[in-house]
Each structure stands twice: as C-alpha cells, then as structure tokens.
Ligand binder design. Sequence first.
Ligand SMILES: Nc1ncnc2c1ncn2[C@@H]1O[C@H](COP(=O)(O)OP(=O)(O)OP(=O)(O)O)[C@@H](O)[C@H]1O
Length: 603
Amino acid sequence: MEREEVNRREMRSFLMPRDPSIDRRFRPRPNKQLRLFDEVLVETSDSSTDCSDTESEYTKTGDEGGSIDSEIETGPQVFLRLRPVESPSKLYVISDCGNVLITSAATNEYSSNNVNRMEKHYSFTNIFDSQVGQRDIYDKCVGPRIIDEECVTIMAYGTSGSGKTYTLLGDSVRAGIIPRALEHIFTLYNKQVYTAAKLKLINARMVILEDDVTIKEMQIRRQLLALCPDMQAQHQRLKQVIHGDHEFEEKPAEEVSVMIWVSFVEIYNELVYDLLTLPPRQQNLEARRKNLKIVCNKGQVFIKGLTSIFVRSSEEALKLLRLGQQRLTYASTAVNTNSSRSHCVFTVDVLKYHRTGMTTQNTYKFCDLAGSERVDKTGTIGSRLKEAQSINTSLMVLGRCLDAASSIKKKANADVIPYRDSKLTMLLQAALLGKERLAMIVTVTPLDKYYEENLNVLSFASIAKNILFKQQLVKQHNTRYSLFAEYSQTGESADREYISQLEAQNISLRAEIDRLNYDIVLKLQLQEEKLRKELTDTFQTTIHTNLKQCEERQEKKIAMLNREFEAKIASIKRKYEEQIEDLQDEIEELKSPNSDIEIIDDE
Ligand SMILES: Nc1ncnc2c1ncn2[C@@H]1O[C@H](COP(=O)(O)OP(=O)(O)OP(=O)(O)O)[C@@H](O)[C@H]1O
C-alpha cells in the first residue's frame, strides 16, 4: 500500500503548476531516498496530494523535534502569517493539509500576466491564518530554538503594513516574539544569570574582561538604561500575559554562568547604524549617526565598533529595544502610516562560561525587514523613493542569496552565495550559509489589491523553503580562562563576594571623586576670594592716589587763579589811584586864584 503511494508521488503531476520563480534547471526533484519518503507519508497520509511539488514538501511539517534527516532538519523554516482583514480575499486559500497556500486569479483585474493568473501552490512549514495569535506563533517559530539552545536568525519578511513589526514586537498587550523570547531566555537561565559583565564578544571573539573594563561596561549600561523610557508597569503587564500564555521552564543550576548582551542595528539606505549609542557628553552637540563597517574575519562576521549592552533582566533588554526603536527611521507611506524604512536587527547574545573553562555562545537575531513594496502603490517620491529602491535592492540580493543557497547542492560547480552584495546579507551570512538556523516569517495581507505583490513575496518564500543546509553549528570556544575559572569555581558565594567587592570599590572610588571635587571647589572659592580682595585693594589705592593728585591739581589751580585775581585787582587799584590823583590835581588847580585867567599880552 505504501509502495503504491510512493509510486504515485514519484509520477509528478503536470496539472499542478510549479513555482515560476524557480529556475527549471535547478528545480527541486523529489528525493529518491525512500526511507525519508516513507516516514513522511505516514505523517501526511492522504492530504499529501494537496501539497506543493517542491522538495520541501517531503520534510516533516508542523511540530519540531522529529529526527527525519539531519540535513533536511537544518533547512530554513518558512512560516506564513496572514494578517486579519475585514473582508479576506477569495484569491488565497489554505489547503486541507494546512501548510500549502493556493492562489489563483481567474480575471485580469488583479494580475498583469498569464503566469500570475494560474493556480499556484506555495508550501510552508506552517501557515497561520488570521485567527492565530502571538502565542502560537512564538511556540512554533521561536520557542523550540530557545529550549534547544540553538543559534537562530528569525526574519520577518512581507509587504509594507502586513504585520512584520507586529509579529516581532507586538503591542502593549499582545507581546510579539521578541518580548516573549527575552522572557523565555531569562526564565530559562534564571539560576545561571551572572550579574557582572565578565565575558564579552569583542569582534566575534569571546573575551574575558579585566575588572576596570567590567566597571566601564557597567557604567555604560547604567547610562544607557537611564536614557530608556520607563517600562516597569508595562513590562509587568507583558510579563503576566507571557507567563499566562506559556509555561517556560527553568534550567537546573548547572556549573555554568550565563551573561546576556544585546545590540541593535539599523540598515538604512545601505548604511549600518548603531541604535544603542550613548549621546555626546556635551548637551549642545547633536548626536551624529556613525556609519559602521561590517567585517568578515576568518568566517566570523561582526560589526566593528557596535555597542553591545550587558543586560541582567528581560525588562532591561526590552527597555533597550524600545530605546533603539525610538531611533529607527520610520515614515508614513500610502500603505502604512508608520512604516519602517530600514531593516533592523536586534541581537541577543547568550554567553556561557562552563566551570570546565569552556565558553559557548548562542546568538538570537531578530530581523525586521523593511516592507517590500511597489513604488507606485506606496506613493513614494524623493527620499522615500531612494529608501524604497535601496530596500528593494537589498531584498533582491537576499532573494539571490537564498536562490544560490537552494541550488548549491544540486549543481556540481555550485553558485557562490552573493551575500557580499548587500549589507543585510553580509550581516546575516551565518544563517544564509547554514551555520545558524534560519526561520522566516512571511507576512501577507490577504486582500485582492495586493495579489501580485503577495505572489512575489510567496515566490521568495518558496525559494527559501527549498534550501538544504549542512549540519547546524553552535559556536563553541574551547579556550580555558584560568582567571575566570579559578574565580568561578568557588561558586555563587564567591560571585557575590566579588560583586560586592566591585561595588564597594565603586562606592569608595565615587567617594574619592566626590572628595576631590569638593577640594577643588573649595580651593577655587578661596582663590576667588583672595583675588577679589587683591583687586579691591588695588582699586582703592588707585582711587586714593587719583583723588590726591586731583586735589593737588585743584589747589594749584586755585592758587594760580588767586594770584591772577590779586594781580588784576592791584592793577585796577593802581589805575583808579592814578585817576584819583589826576582828578585831585585838577581840583587843586581849579581852586587856586586866577587860575582860570590867562593873561595874554598883546603887546
Ligand atoms: N496579525 C495582526 N493582528 C492584529 N493587527 C495586526 C496584525 N498584523 C498587523 N497588524 C496591524 O497592522 C498595522 C501595520 O503592521 P506593521 O507595522 O507590523 O506592518 P509592517 O509589515 O511592519 O509594515 P512596514 O514594512 O511598512 O513597517 C499595525 O497597526 C499592526 O498593529
């Protein structure tokens, strides 16, 4: 019976159209390894005829954890989420088996070419219809990765306004997958979370930090957290909702210390920006966004100079996420009033120090891709147009990378994955090369008017679904750090003692700084007083001297005026005395007899 079923499946149906986005030459063929095939048939039974004819249809769908084939298991998981809309279109139908989306547009109205009018079948790991809530999305897409402690890159991909940001972040009540993952991680490692930043990834290398660097890291963290919006009440509410939805389990206290770091970057117009930088110290200086470089060194990818912040609770991580979000580039487009105009990647690094001296690392990357969009529909002009073009270009490169990865196993001289062609693909290359798990959540708004755009998105997703990767890799560093080991081996009490030592040291350093500050202020005050006194004395002496000189000059002037006056009086006096004398002489003359007779002798 089973053999018959196999034969039926091997004869490929020509009634079922293939995805046109897949090159005929590299189109996936049914897997000849019947053992795998048999196993899947047991699972999928009759409904298998409904599903897509791509190779991925033979993988185990739905629940994780099956042990079919390690290669197939490490292929990307591609989930489809349909956004709730008032009147869903009839052009999109979910198959009976639940993981195939069937699209068809019989009329010209919604599709510009014949190929798009054909019925198409797109297969997914899972399809979430509009009724499925955030809890189930998390449980299917992310939860298992965190429980299994695997590195994973989770990408939200879809048209503008289809719910990518909603899926990743959620809102104040319906938490998205990032807040849930943070809560899950901190619950899982509750007993192992280490409270001091002793281990850090620097340029993709695990480094043990010196005490002074640890103190500096703790200061940066404090300063940045002080800038974050207060979220205590909101976080408590979210936490309640999340713990109500899931039963996260704690890992037993092992001989391991866990340090968690977060970073947040934005790729805007092909430039990489750090979203968790400290503002400049001088308040009047405007924070300038620095474009960071992505470096690839011996197969390790990292962003040079990216701020990574040590977090001790999910609330702190969430606060930093919100802070970064406030710095993201949003704009209003015709499709979404609050549309992300950039790709952003929020990374959570879980660094573990095992008492044996070995360190391991789990990285969870949450990637919110900017909406793929048709320039004419989103009303894009000017800078919006440039953004849209850059978004579309990077998404196209991502598509090319996925395509190359999907064909790489099938071609003898396999394509080189062109991940260097865009910043986004460079950053996500670990997932694109199969070194880390890749999960893609494709969001679609099931409306007639988005039919063609949705077909593009679905074709893109189907390429991703066809990738097969080598065995998954969890990064492990085998370096033994004797200092840390020695210190760690003494257990929790030693940790606490060390932390209190650091805190005491910190307090005494702060007291010393305060004392020095006080001394300086006091010295300055004394100097100022002395200077003031000196200045006052100098001014007083000068004023006094000036006054004296002035008085002397005045006195001299008065004396001179007096002398002039006296001389003048004396001359006037002399003049009048002379006049008086003359007059007296005249009077004397007049008084003498015959004085007025003048004898004139004619003879
Ligand atoms: N599954 C859903 N349930 C409820 N509301 C949703 C859902 N998906 C999206 N929305 C709502 O739709 C709106 C647009 O969603 P969102 O901002 O997440 O889109 P996007 O895909 O990130 O868009 P863009 O690429 O333009 O940034 C938001 O108001 C969001 O709350």
